[in-house]
Ligand binder design. Sequence first.
Ligand code: SF4
Length: 351
Amino acid sequence: MTALPARRKRTARTATSLAEAGLIAKDAIDRVAAVATRYALAVPPALAARIATDAAADPVARQLVPDAAELIDSPDELQDPIGDAAHSPLRGIVHRYPDRVLLQPVSTCAVYCRYCFRREQVGPDAAPLRPAELAAALDYIRSHSGIWEVILSGGDPLVLAPAKLKAIVDALGTIDHVGVIRIHSRVPIATPERVTDALLDSLRSDKAVYLVLHVNHAQELGPDQVTACRRFTDAGIPLLSQSVLLRGVNDDAGTLETLFRTLLRHRIKPYYLHHPDRARGTARFRQPLAQGRALMRALRGRLSGLAQPTYVLDIPGGFGKVPVGPDYLTEAPGGWTVEDPAGGAHVYRDD
Ligand code: SF4
């Protein structure tokens, strides 16, 4: 890690540039720099340009601009909320489920989200895997024949130089038991200019390659972002999305409906809506699980199945990810009571 004073200087510069861009008040520079000394800060120009309104009320700014509340830890918040460490047999690998692993070649990102569940692991000072560590991680995948899907995550794997990314994709391409390479990234949204021919070439593989885009609000999808996404689909890489349900950003049915329709219109299948994880200093983004379930229920009748993501919770402590409803079935004598999208109840018998 870089010495803390150097980091302080850098965060002070970044906080000053946010003030110059009108994203924070001048008298907030010191507070923002203090937050950024603890949790990484980056607001790339392409996303700053998507901030449409007064930053204090803007759904994109809220995701990116530090707030002094981040320095307040709630008692139930965790340094590693989804328990990556408990499932990491070696650096760069998280093996939580039998048939898939996370491979994390880097812990840097194009943008640092204020609600990030890995906020204590990611940042510009976080060291990438050294060549020997990457080789060991690939050996691990090679030697575990049950691994069918490799999820490149991080940090953001698409910040890697295309040649490095290609070396990883090519190495995975030689492992017979690997069927799917899934990449989780915010790069097409945060730094669409990085989606180049070289990047797309680096992802060519005989394996099925999927890209899961992290996007939380339709406002993030401007013309540059849409063009970047289109380049993946034109290259034959299917796009899915994952969003986090965030208070003050997208926690109403209309905003989510617009997000999911916009994604689908751009050939991006909504995949997951995550209940926010209990990362430290992120209380301002969380809402009760019941509210998320009510929102998903409201969307059921309004949106086609193609536009519906699965609402999921990563059980704190590393016990895995599960769908958290809403439920439409309750057991009844001899069968079930099924609720329709309008709230009507119907008997369904199994015999
Ligand atoms: S891009 Fe992903 S890993 Fe990086 S800060 Fe945002 S949520 Fe965290």
